[in-house]
Design a protein around this ligand. Structure first.
Ligand SMILES: [Fe+2]
Ligand SMILES: [Fe+2]
Length: 140
């Protein structure tokens, strides 16, 4: 499957989060290109970046949840923790040579991100906009 790219159907309306999501999709595209060309060391570096960037992005969303007393916080936070564990596990397996970045793994990462944005992140963004969060985007 070709790399998934960010498009308007994934827009939450919270500018910071949308910018992060674009970077996440770009990172997954870079990962797919490196893996497809057999550039293993580069692919591993991209997975390190992915892990660090996910942690940063998840923390930012979680701060928004705390600040707005978001009722979906525990479930959303648990989904982040599970994803971070999966990326860590993938990194360990790549480092030890026990796994390769197969198309199945890459498609799974894309699919997780799309599903998470459309479900958890959309619910959070909707709540923040209704609560009048300052991050609300001006109508265009
Ligand atoms: Fe997100
Ligand atoms: Fe999220």
């Amino acid at each position: 499957m070709a790399a998934r790219t960010w498009d308007r159907t994934l827009e939450t309306g919270i500018e910071d989060l949308d910018a992060h999501h674009r970077i996440l999709f770009d990172t997954l595209s870079r990962l797919r290109a490196a893996a497809g060309a057999g550039r293993t060391a580069e692919a591993q570096d991209v997975v390190y970046f992915l892990r660090d960037f996910c942690v940063q992005h998840f923390l930012e969303e979680q701060e928004l949840m705390v600040r707005s007393a978001y009722p979906g916080d525990p479930a959303h936070r648990a989904a982040h923790a599970e994803a971070a564990r999966e990326v860590d596990l993938l990194l360990d397996r790549l480092r030890s040579g026990a796994a390769a970045l197969t198309p199945g793994i890459l498609d799974g990462l894309d699919a997780w991100l799309v599903k998470h944005i459309r479900e958890e992140d959309f619910r959070l963004a909707e709540f923040l906009v209704r609560a009048g969060a300052p991050e609300e985007k001006e109508p265009s």
